[in-house]
Design a protein around this ligand. Structure first.
Ligand code: GLU
Length: 215
């Protein structure tokens, strides 16, 4: 069981996600990571081991970011296999909870199309699938990719050229938090409400096969 938390709003995402991820500690994890979007790129920070290292992360300015604590199911415990995973052009980053049951079949298909893999995870295939659908708007590309997955999965995806976050789930929990402050609206998306309970009590529980676009 892993943890996901994403943030979109007008505050610095890094500290909000660090705090949120720590609240998901109880779920167990072997590695962790962050994908923080700034003007030029999506910065990825990830590592194996415990959350204590989170207190010394570089300060990356971002208002739109995702984070993850991994419980390895497909691929060993390693920094390369920690989430987020990225597309070949590094424009797409995703965090994932679950197991893609048809991962071998999809990986074979993507390898035959020339995609190169940086990790051993089932998660990375989802990034390449989204790349495959790059002719579509980002939320639609995520939707089409998600429909190809078998198993109980939840993902949150980020694209360098898309303003916002896309989340979708089937069989794995995903909850959106909404907070109104004096300067606008903020959104949280997590696998457990307690990741953002200190910020807002306004929560929307996604149904299976429901996709949400936060922007
Ligand atoms: N199957 C994915 C992996 O092994 C996600 C595991 C999880 O839910 O933490 O990386």
């Amino acid at each position: 069981m892993c943890g996901i938390i994403g943030y979109l709003g007008n505050r610095e995402a890094g500290p909000i996600l660090q705090k949120g991820l720590k609240k998901l500690n109880y779920r167990g994890y072997d590695s962790w990571g962050f994908g923080l979007k700034n003007k030029d790129k999506i910065e990825i920070i990830k590592d194996v081991g415990d959350f204590e290292k989170l207190d010394n992360l570089p300060n990356i300015k971002s208002n739109c970011a995702i984070s993850h604590s991994r419980w390895a199911t497909t691929g060993k415990i390693s920094k390369e296999n920690a989430h987020p995973h990225t597309s070949e052009d590094n424009k797409i980053a995703i965090v994932h909870n679950g197991i893609v049951e048809n991962f071998q079949e999809l990986k074979k298909e993507l390898l035959s199309k020339g995609y190169k893999f940086k990790s051993e995870t089932d998660t990375e295939i989802i990034c390449h699938l989204i790349e495959e659908y790059s002719g579509f708007e980002f939320p639609e590309a995520v939707r089409k990719s998600f429909l190809r997955l078998k198993g109980r999965n939840a993902i949150v995806a980020l694209h360098q050229d898309f303003s916002g976050l896309v989340g979708v789930k089937n069989g794995s929990p995903m909850i959106v938090g909404v907070k109104n402050n004096s300067t606008g609206e903020e959104y949280f998306i997590a696998s457990d409400q307690r990741a953002f309970a200190d910020e807002t009590k306004k929560a929307i529980f996604l149904d299976d096969n429901e996709l949400v676009v936060l922007n």
